[in-house]
Design a protein around this ligand. Structure first.
Ligand code: XMP
Length: 551
């Protein structure tokens, strides 16, 4: 296989090596290249062939957690596209179909013709069996949940560092009745005589799901496949990615100028930093203060990007414009729409002054790329969620440096680039900001109240060491008025709600079982310190059926 080298150009060598050192210190999780020469590493890629499994992205994430680069392709993608990735091996995903169903997706011929190692997971294993001459039959029982896997022998490189028995997570109806010739059974469970099968060529089938957390040894199995069977070494690290990405941006952009909208969130921060490392002052960042940000958020963003990182930052104070448009508006979707529109208007006004700019940077992430590819849609340019959508008729070319990364990888790259931890681990904050946490009309007074309450919530949560364990925690200002008592006086003010949820993505979330004393401190401080709030309630609804935000 051709050796790929990544060369960083000389003028920035010092800068790049300095940040690699910072990366080493900061990330502490990955071996960082000792010198730029070490960056002449071969990019090792393993390709997941997606049969429509809900777990395909999880498989890709697990592979990357083993420091091997991974991309997802569709089962009907052409070899020409996959060949460019120079794969070291393939993983056939699970999927909802039965191999006997009409139009059941099967592995393309090139997978077998490549003679590369293949790991078939669940449906992927049945596909292997079906296509290579074995027999798949409907199981007597649908096997769902925990099973104990018994290894026939621990000598197989797939099982390195594993005990002879361990729990695995099953979810299948069909099972392997007859293996293809030259395959042997490598492990079994009570219900699956062939729970793992393999042949000499490194083609392996797993009846269980190694990618889910319910298979505690799953990551070791995936790692064994990648390292011991595909021969990977683990060269995919955040700092290698950063160095490669910076070199690519330099090459792509040359002396042209790039515009980047900063939102204060981690994605746009990482995008801007990568581009800045590559092209310096030819990157122009635009940061719009819509007046709906958290306390000190605008100041912090300016401090980090302009003062610390010395970026070329255009700061636009647009609070009045946004508040004017929000006057009298109570409908949440109208609020979102107006805020999005106003942002685009301002962004266009600014961008039109930057006539030399050729590129627009966006923080598109891999799940967005996969989603648009999965639906076979033509390339959709997703609006960057946190900046509320960007102009549709812009003539700028897009540059999307993190489009192949998952969110957690963006964070690691951010750490490797030396961005402040506070920015890296910031909880998601919606584009329309505090406006959708004020039920009813957004006014300067309601924003001030919510900002103070939110500040207390953040402060106490961080002090309690719980900030990073929660997906989101925030205050909501309701228009409900309630009576209180302070000293000898009767008070009458708003009810605030505290919303705290746990979860891995925003699709589902559970309300967080926060310690009572934390809730007590938050409530006590809000009622005492925020003028106008007389009562605090805690939201105990999960998503679904409730949403995370109140509006
Ligand atoms: P919901 O309320 O739908 O929120 O459960 C799911 C996640 O999305 C965030 N959210 C938004 N983010 N613009 C954004 O950029 C929005 O209009 C918006 N609405 C909700 C929310 O904070 C949560 O993380």
């Amino acid at each position: 296989m051709e050796k790929k080298t990544h060369r960083i150009h000389t003028s920035d060598d010092l800068e790049v090596s300095t940040y690699l050192e910072i990366a080493q210190e900061k990330s502490g999780v990955h071996p960082v290249s000792q010198s730029l020469e070490d960056l002449k590493v071969e990019k090792e890629t393993v390709v997941v062939i997606d049969f429509g499994s809900q777990y395909s992205m999880l498989i890709a994430r697990r592979v990357r957690e083993c420091n091997v680069y991974c991309e997802i392709v569709q089962y009907d993608d052409p070899w020409e596209k996959v060949r460019e990735l120079k794969p070291r091996g393939f993983i056939l995903s699970g999927g909802p179909a039965s191999v006997y169903a009409d139009e059941a997706p099967l592995a393309p011929y090139w997978v077998y013709e490549s003679r590369l190692p293949i790991l078939g997971i669940c449906y992927g294993m049945q596909v292997l069996s079906h296509q290579l001459g074995g027999k798949v039959t409907p199981g007597d029982k649908h096997e769902y949940g925990h099973s104990i896997l018994h290894l026939s022998s621990t000598d197989n490189p797939l099982f390195a560092d594993l005990e002879p028995e361990f729990p695995v997570w099953m979810s299948h109806g069909d099972r392997i009745d007859k293996m293809p010739t030259d395959f042997t059974s490598l492990a079994y469970t009570d219900n699956s005589p062939v729970a793992v099968m393999g042949n000499q060529q490194g083609i392996i089938g797993l009846q269980f799901h190694p990618e889910v957390i319910h298979t505690p040894n799953g990551k070791t199995i995936i790692k064994n496949f990648l390292y011991n069977i595909c021969g990977c070494h683990g060269t995919w690290t955040p700092s290698n990615f950063a160095a490669e990405s910076i070199a690519k941006i330099k090459e792509q952009v040359g002396d042209d100028k790039v515009i980047c909208a900063l939102s204060g969130g981690v994605d746009s921060a990482v995008v801007a930093t990568l581009i800045h490392k590559a092209i310096g002052d030819n990157l122009i960042c635009i940061f719009v203060n819509n007046g709906l940000l958290r306390k000190e958020e605008a100041e912090r963003t300016i401090q980090v990007f302009k003062k610390n990182l010395k970026m070329n930052l255009i700061y636009i104070e647009a609070t009045d414009r946004f508040l004017k448009r929000l006057e009298g508006i109570t409908d949440p979707e109208k609020k979102r729409k107006l805020i999005g529109e106003e942002f685009i208007r301002i962004f266009e006004e600014e961008a039109s002054k930057l006539t030399e700019a050729k590129y627009l940077a966006q923080g598109t992430l891999y799940p967005d790329v996969i989603e648009s590819a999965g639906t076979k849609a033509s390339k959709v340019i997703k609006s960057h969620h946190n900046v509320g959508g960007l102009p549709s008729d812009m003539t700028l070319s897009l540059i999307e440096p993190v489009r192949l990364l998952f969110k957690d990888e963006v964070r690691l790259v951010g750490l490797a680039l030396g961005l402040p931890e506070e920015m890296i681990w910031r909880q998601p904050f919606p584009g329309p900001g505090l406006s959708i946490r004020i039920i009813g009309e957004v006014t300067r007074e309601s924003l001030d109240m919510l900002r103070e309450a939110d500040w207390i919530v953040m402060n106490e949560t961080k002090k309690a060491g719980l900030y990073r364990q929660l997906w989101q925690i925030f205050a909501v200002l309701t228009p409900v008025k309630s009576v209180g008592v302070m000293g000898d006086y009767r008070t009458y003010g708003n009810v605030a709600a505290i919303r705290a949820v746990t979860g891995e993505d925003a699709m589902t979330a559970d309300w967080a079982r926060l310690p009572y004393d934390l809730l007590a401190r938050i409530s006590n401080r809000i009622v005492n310190e925020v003028k106008g709030i007389t009562r605090v309630v805690y939201d105990i609804s999960s998503k679904p059926p409730s949403t995370i935000e109140w509006e």
